[in-house]
Design a protein around this ligand. Structure first.
Ligand code: CA
Length: 712
């Protein structure tokens, strides 16, 4: 296949037809007003556009454009850039392009419309998400994108609203509260619109929530249906599309007082649609809390599953559970790609997912039946899958059952997280950003429901100050761009990237794969063999997926840069030496052949703290108390063992460290709440807050002069 294609490109066949198609395309689709089901389903008729999150409903993230290809990509240069306003937080957006206008989202759920050829700003919508919402979400304040439908732009906001905007002006037309952030629900995922319904899920699997997905009338915002992914309190009817199936199939797999922690199963990312079978596919998240002994015995349906629904009614059709009774935070929310591929001489209508559990799954997308599954990264929680796709578990590793800490691969950040992969139908390969990073799990001794902070039943104390474990985990930190053959379940090629938590991927008919990485490089690889053909240094870590589009006969490649997310926030001491993002300047970069704009200059070097930290004078007991509380309440934002990953302040260098009164006014009194640092008065006593300060001082002394110091 690839040989044929390169022959065709040598003869100029594909290139010519690609340009001709695209040149007519810009005028054939009349901008956002013309976007509907037909234009998304027939996206290849106007290949210059990017109309829905994964470009098409099948979420392949493959572009038919060929103007930029494996022979000329070396001439790629910056066409223009847009400095994303606001603070230096993660940028995860997939920009959509319709009729020469680009609609992108940024941290804090802002929406920006730009002229896609020049970068000229047309409008900005700022939803004013309260900063305090940050503390009610797990994984940073990113937003992955908008949906477009008949002249409207839809965005889910971090604080749980779904808002419809006028695509021409950015003016809000309607807004509904689809999830309550004060109860631990947040939205980072992009909505999609199917048959006139805007479909949106939410996150919160670490905050004792109960997952659901909701469909709203795209025109009016009226709720159409809701599907809960896990059962609620027995005897309480939801009046939702999920009522019957939860009672019949899911409820018998839960026991005890499971509803107290919500149950989880949150739909925080993957939603795909197959028009031919009229099925909507959702991926569901981990069980809440992670600790299965606290949660419930049984399989706990439908956590960590793919569920197929009818888009008109929300009615259940089938499900496939990947990790029964998940205790690892192995969300199955990762992108679900639909494709028709030849397996064993037969074309199969499949869906493909590479979820956090480390296994690449291929299912029959009509029936939900398991076709194949194989680890795409080393795993130790299971020995493999049985013939039905159910994992054969290593039960000796189950920390909640044994009461002993365990090191699991993949870790809680997953072998692959939300960063999208891409399927190239010409090569038949899936281009997959893989992360290596083990994690140590330890059951909390006492578990009670908290109003603030994570509710996982994991103590997060297995790691600190165990140098062997730290060394072992740091050794596991790596990343790859893997070209995976889903038919044979083997890697065709693999590019080592050195570090985990790299960017999403797009592939193109130009025999190219584009990806940014955590070190700030943006690269083009040859799709057939993984050879790196072009790269540029952006000076800021990249996690967002690139897109490509065409305006006025010219092809562009765009990517948001901006470091952050779950790994960056929480990895702490593990991220040492592996990620350098001191500047972290959020931008949108847009490239074209012959682009001549100079890359923006790197930010000034970080200001290292010169003064030595105050001496650690308190007892080992106070430090131990402080460590327990820090790991439990603070580490997920300020970094494991008080080493920041460069997104939020590194407390070892905080001014308030030398001022116990100021420290109390911040942590207890909520002095910095307008900036997002909420009061922990309900969770920590003054003595515990002081112990946390003691612990951070102790760590500041222990790590003095470490290169990981951040400029905050
Ligand atoms: Ca999760």
């Amino acid at each position: 296949m690839s040989g044929l294609r390169s022959l065709a490109m040598t003869l100029g066949l594909l290139g010519a037809s690609g340009c001709a198609l695209a040149a007519g395309a810009a005028s054939s689709l009349g901008g956002a007003a013309a976007v509907d089901g037909a234009s998304i389903i027939h996206a290849d008729r106007h290949p210059g556009e990017w109309l829905t999150y994964g470009r098409t409903y099948d979420e392949q993230r493959y572009s038919p454009l060929t103007q930029i290809n494996d022979r000329n990509v070396g001439r790629l240069g910056l066409a223009w850039h847009y400095d994303i306003p606001g603070d230096r937080r993660v940028q995860e957006g997939t920009p959509l392009i319709a009729g020469g206008v680009m609609y992108l989202t940024t941290a804090w759920s802002r929406v920006v419309a730009l002229n896609a050829a020049t970068g000229k700003r047309l409008w900005v919508f700022h939803p004013h998400v309260p900063r305090s919402a940050d503390a009610h979400g797990c994984c940073d304040v990113g937003n992955r994108g908008v949906a477009i439908w008949r002249g409207r732009v839809y965005v889910g906001t971090y604080d749980g609203r779904l808002i419809a905007l006028d695509a021409k002006t950015g003016r809000p037309l309607w807004s509904v509260r689809t999830a309550d952030y004060t109860k631990g629900y947040t939205i980072t995922g992009a909505p999609i619109v199917v048959k006139g319904r805007v479909i949106i899920g939410n996150g919160g699997g670490e905050f004792a929530t109960r997952g659901y997905v909701t469909a709203y009338d795209a025109r009016t915002g009226k709720e159409d249906w809701r599907f809960y992914t896990v059962p609620g309190k027995p005897g309480v009817r939801d009046g939702a599309a999920s009522d019957a199936v939860l009672a019949r199939i899911a409820r018998p797999t839960w026991h005890g007082q499971y509803w107290k922690y919500g149950g989880g199963g949150n739909v925080w990312d993957a939603i795909s649609y197959d028009p031919s079978s009229d099925l909507l596919y959702i991926g569901t998240g981990n069980g809440s809390p992670w600790n299965g002994t606290v949660r419930s015995p049984g399989d706990n349906l439908f956590i960590t599953s793919i569920v197929a629904l009818r888009p008109q009614s929300g009615h259940y059709v089938w499900h496939f559970q990947e990790v029964p009774r998940d205790v690892w935070d192995y969300d199955a929310d990762q992108q679900i790609i639909l494709a028709d591929i030849r397996i064993g001489g037969k074309v199969r209508r499949v869906l493909m997912q590479a979820p956090k559990d480390g296994i690449f799954y291929v299912l029959d997308r009509t029936t939900g039946r398991f076709i194949s599954g194989r680890p795409y990264t080393p795993i130790n929680w299971a020995r493999g899958l049985d013939s039905s796709g159910r994992p054969i578990e290593n039960t000796g590793r189950f920390y909640d059952l044994t009461g002993k800490p365990t090191l699991a691969m993949p870790g809680a950040a997953g072998g692959h997280n939300w960063q999208p992969m891409s399927y190239d139908p010409a090569t038949g390969l899936v281009y997959l950003p893989v992360s290596g990073m083990a994690f140590t799990y330890a059951a909390a001794k006492r578990v009670s429901l908290r109003k603030l902070g994570w509710n996982t039943g994991d103590a997060f104390t297995a790691l600190p100050e165990n140098p062997q474990v730290v060394a072992q985990i740091r050794k596991s930190l790596t990343g790859f761009l893997v070209a995976w053959n889903p038919a044979t379940q083997r890697a065709a090629w693999s590019v080592p990237l050195g570090t985990p938590w790299n960017g999403g991927v797009v592939s193109t008919a130009g025999n190219l794969v584009f990806q940014g990485d955590s070190m700030g490089r943006f690269c083009a690889y040859r799709a057939t063999d993984g050879r790196r053909l072009w790269s540029v240094e952006t000076h800021t870590g990249i996690v967002a997926p690139p897109v490509t589009y065409e305006v006025g006969g010219r092809q562009y490649v765009a990517v948001e840069i901006g470091w952050g997310g779950a790994f960056a926030l929480a990895a702490g001491q593990l991220a040492l030496d592996s990620q350098v993002n001191e500047g972290n300047v959020p931008r949108l970069l847009v490239f074209r052949l012959g682009g001549r704009q100079a890359m923006p200059a790197p930010p000034p070097p970080p200001q290292w703290m010169r003064d030595p930290p105050p001496p650690a004078t308190v007892s080992a007991q106070a430090i131990a108390l402080g460590r327990t509380k820090f790991q439990s309440f603070c580490s997920v934002c300020h970094g494991d063992s008080a080493v920041s990953g460069g997104v939020l302040p590194d407390l070892r260098y905080a001014q308030a460290l030398v001022n116990p009164g100021l420290w109390q006014r911040i942590v207890r009194g909520g002095l910095l709440e307008p900036g997002g640092m909420v009061s922990f008065a309900g969770q920590l006593t003054p003595r515990e807050i002081e112990a946390v300060r003691d612990y951070v001082i102790y760590r500041a002394n222990q790590t003095q002069g470490e290169r990981a110091a951040r400029p905050y």
